[in-house]
Design a binder for this molecule. Sequence first.
Ligand SMILES: [Zn+2]
Ligand SMILES: [Zn+2]
Length: 155
Amino acid sequence: MAKITNKHKYKKRPPEGFSKIETTLAKFAQKLKDAESKPLKLNRPKHEGTWEIMQLNHQRSRYVYDLYYKKKMITRELYDWLLVNKLADKDLIAKWKKKGYEHLCCLRCIQVSETNQGTTCICRVPKASLKDTKRGEEKDVRCVNCGCRGCASSD
Ligand SMILES: [Zn+2]
Ligand SMILES: [Zn+2]
């Protein structure tokens, strides 16, 4: 019988350094799995069901991004490998490198679509300019896409 050496079905063997971050990534994978199988809460809008998944995806991508770009704790090889194996969202990370998008919550919020009435998401609007229109009151801003409370760079 063939011996199974890889627990997971990764493309290629993980590069050196993977063992140091494996535990954290496994925790993310478990949380994602739990979130995906969680039943919807009663009396809550349906779109909220994906919020947790979107937020976990964000957190995991941010973790990988920080490891490589901020803390410089992983090699380029490992970083690329993580992206190939979809352990971080490469498109989302690409946005974080752009000015004004450093805190972007998810890709859906910058897609101009019917859900956003033809504009980018409310969470992309700086809080300061939302306040002006609301006579100084702070509105509880939460987008429908991922439950973000505001991710404009000036917030
Ligand atoms: Zn956002
Ligand atoms: Zn979002």
